[in-house]
Design a protein. Structure first.
Length: 249
């Protein structure tokens, strides 16, 4: 099995990846198909509300969406380009831009929701979501699963412009970077890049029994392979694959 490890190289991409991870957790529990799914869903939802409140996040997303629209216009000048695909991509970016311009404070609608506010307040207390603490949550948990899922979708919709924008931006970041084969000599690989990096991705076979620890900044990174069983450096020469996403010029 091939495992992919990702290392963000700036705070913006680090925030994008954190939000992507928590959003995936929320979506995974939004159908409430197993015991404990409701509480896991609410924890993820409240974490997202906090993460999306960062003052600079919306500005970063808007700048990235507009930059990609400019890149699409540049791609149109290339030979043998798939114009239909570019049209579809351009439409996605324009729709997301319009949605973001229509909201000023993502998550504000959810923060003022009476039910969510009560649940959020009590869940910050260890064990504070018992029936005696939150009778309204106990009532909600007894609703039909279809009703709870529909309400969860409505709550997610309030965050959709931000979440969908981040998902598309990360997809573009990953898919526009090429994979290259490299060799970690004595369990170590280093590289220097003239152009600044935004995201480093490392692909390595799980059967080797190692995982990477990465120290990096915009122009240089070092990968050390650590043996999973011993927790110590692995000194074998092992192949790996790298994908480097560069900062926009």
């Amino acid at each position: 099995m091939l495992l992919v490890y990702e290392q963000p190289l700036n705070e913006k991409i680090r925030n994008y990846l954190r939000i992507e991870t928590v959003a995936a957790q929320m979506d995974a529990h939004s159908q409430f198909e197993h015991p404990g799914a409701e509480l896991a869903f609410f924890r993820a939802l409240f974490e997202l509300i906090e993460l999306l409140e960062r003052a600079d996040l919306r500005s970063d997303i808007l700048k990235d969406l507009e930059r990609h629209l400019g890149q699409i216009a540049f791609w149109r000048q290339a030979d043998n380009v798939d114009l239909a695909q570019l049209d579809a991509l351009e439409s996605q970016f324009k729709t997301l831009l319009q949605s973001l311009h229509e909201i000023s404070r993502p998550g504000q609608q959810l923060k003022t929701d009476r039910f969510l506010s009560a649940v959020r307040q009590r869940m910050n207390i260890p064990g504070g979501y018992g029936n005696f603490d939150l009778p309204q949550l106990h009532f909600w948990q007894a609703l039909p699963t279809a009703d709870k899922s529909a309400e969860a979708m409505a709550w997610r919709k309030a965050l959709a412009p931000m979440l969908d924008s981040i998902r598309l931006l990360l997809t573009m970041l990953r898919e526009t970077a090429r994979w290259g084969d490299q060799m970690a000599m004595n369990g170590c690989y280093q590289e220097t890049c003239e152009q600044g990096l935004e995201l480093l991705r490392v692909q390595i076979k799980q059967e080797y029994g190692v995982y990477p620890t990465i120290s990096a900044h915009r122009h240089r990174f070092t990968i050390h392979l650590i043996n999973y069983e011993s927790g110590k450096a692995d000194n074998r020469n092992l192949p790996l694959r790298l994908s480097l996403s560069m900062e926009p010029k």
